[in-house]
Write a protein that binds this ligand. Sequence first.
Ligand SMILES: [Zn+2]
Length: 409
Amino acid sequence: MTQLPLRAQLASALGRTAATLSRVTGRGDGSVIGGRVGLVLEPDLLRQLARDRKLALVSATNGKTTTTRLITSALLELGEVASNAFGANMPAGHVSALSQNKTAPYGVLEVDEKYLPEVLDTTGADVVCLMNLSRDQMDRAAEIWLLAQKWRRALSGRPTHVIANCDDPLVTWGASTAAQVTWVSGGQRWKEDSWCCPECGGPLERKDNDWACRECTFHRPEPHWVLDDDAVVDPRGQRWVLDIQLPGLANRSNAVMALAVAEALDLPVQRALPRLREVTSVAGRYTTVEREGRQARLLLSKNPAGWLEAFDVADPALPIILSVNAQGPDGRDTSWLWDVDYRILRGRPVFVTGERRLDLALRLEVADVPFQLCATFSEALAAQPPGRVDVIANYTAFQQIRSEFGRAV
Ligand SMILES: [Zn+2]
């Protein structure tokens, strides 16, 4: 690997110092401040740090942290990998991740959907993995269509190899200007944002995972990789049982995306898959924490599609604690709670907590789901009989619970 120019070396080193200071003074994990300092000193730092590596970018509304982790785990089979493992997914976080591992021949970066064009342009990444697009607290349907349009422009005319989920019409549209696309049938749980053709606005006809526009020629491309229940069928028609430890259909879909990315970087399934099976939790997600005989499994859910994925993972035989906040990263407006169908929770003991528990309580009341209100997570946990319980929390609520248990990983 060639040496960084002197200015970039200095910027990178000072950024790392700032990150260390930030950590020791307890201001966070330091990855963002370090990258910011580096970028101020050398605006070209990200491009220089990305050069000479095999780089994959991962973007989606949901599952990007987990998929980034799965791809990283797979590529460790080939050598060192630099990655923003803790979800700092804007350029400052990318600078920090790449500076911390300057000699790694591989990089896997989770990228915020809005920053994807800029980061692709700066880094010239070899592979881009696109999984799903749906509304979250900030972005409604019209905004995600604009986002997909920006992806189209960014991908057009580049040699980048795109790995994209063809079961999501908007992702398919966003990816389809790329010169080379490997299509993955990874499923789509949340369909509420894709009843209209992104190309012409006409109605989409859907049958299982297949879809086509009734008014123009836009249709689902033939997938190269297919998620089939607990297995994947690769482009040669060979079937592999996934057998990963991360729970739920959404994670099996993430795993198939990861296998396709690995293959695009010359790592075959038989070597990648055992590495995916080693991943048991991702930045606290799916971790079980324990207190006084209660084992609580932590599920993160940041938007309507994320709630459906969490419901799929949650065990219907267990009680469930729901915790909702509305701080900056969660979105201040909780009206998105009304997009989610909570009736699936009927019949199990439901406990509601978090700073915006009353908003969620009203939503459950209307959906006719009985629940118990608790002032704090500790109170909700103490209200459980000894044994297992599932917890679904949105972003800052999740982080609060994690730190209460010493930043559970
Ligand atoms: Zn159409």
